[in-house]
Design a protein around this ligand. Sequence first.
Ligand code: C2E
Ligand code: MG
Ligand code: MG
Ligand code: MG
Length: 283
Amino acid sequence: KAKQQGRNHFQWYTSDLNERVCEHARLRNELQKAIETQSLKLHYQPQIEARTGRVAGVEALLRWEHPEKGYISPAVFVPVAEDSGQIIPLSLWVLDTACAQLRQLGEQGITGISMAVNISPMHFQRGHFVQFIQTVLEKHGLCGEQLELEITESLLLHNAEQAIDTLHRLKALGVRIALDDFGTGFSSLSYLKRLPIDKIKIDRSFIQELSTDCHDAAIIQGIISMAQHLSLTVVAEGVETESQVAFLKGCRCNVLQGYYFAKPMKYEALEIFLREQKETDFL
Ligand code: C2E
Ligand code: MG
Ligand code: MG
Ligand code: MG
């Protein structure tokens, strides 16, 4: 349309913007329906202890199978949900479901596994967050040590003092805290010593270019040695190849997660995976 009206860049721009605003509104409505009809799912990706090859935990990841559009990535719809406030009911559902399924694993005799859940800053900063965590743990008969919350540095941008206080109260419940996407933020190093966290997850982007970018290798080694001095556990995300595994093991990275070991999978597949992994060793 705009093309026929000549080289009018403004037209181009507004029609493009309009389209994006519409698409955003459409997604929000469809997401609402998906929440109401419970058509969102959680998938779980194993996290492997590098030293032993044992599955130490799993990360819960949201999945949305749209009736017409097919699979929509959480990287697309989580920001939409954050804009609209839908992230709160969504996040409550994620926590409840992930804890219910961890209890179910326990009932199947699969124990010693922790559940990691991604927490949006908006949810984390709300009042009653810690209280909700306590309630959900009690509801499913779990202890705090079985739950791990994955947060990002962006949490600290607005009210760092309050965020740190919340982290301390979570720690008092025994809940573990992991700093996700580590290395991609702005203030990683200055916050590290102030934050009561247990783990850092080195962002996938550093792992991905490991074999082609010697700087990434140096950065990873640096992060791991720093983390060890701070007594933090290090997780590498997005591990896809054998040579990445070898390198990370050589650096004494603690936990490995990525397609090399397993893609995120639905609960039923996870149960089978965890049962079988007792006899297999990955490393
Ligand atoms: P994240 O927490 O950093 O999750 C890791 C992402 O890397 C996941 O993408 C996972 O499927 C993907 N991944 C894992 N191993 C590999 C690998 O070897 N290669 C590649 N290429 N990718 C790998 P996913 O599931 O699309 O999630 C994207 C982001 O959406 C997550 O990043 C997280 O920030 C957000 N997210 C997902 N589920 C939730 C949720 O329940 N709540 C909130 N607030 N955010 C969520
Ligand atoms: Mg995560
Ligand atoms: Mg990440
Ligand atoms: Mg992320």
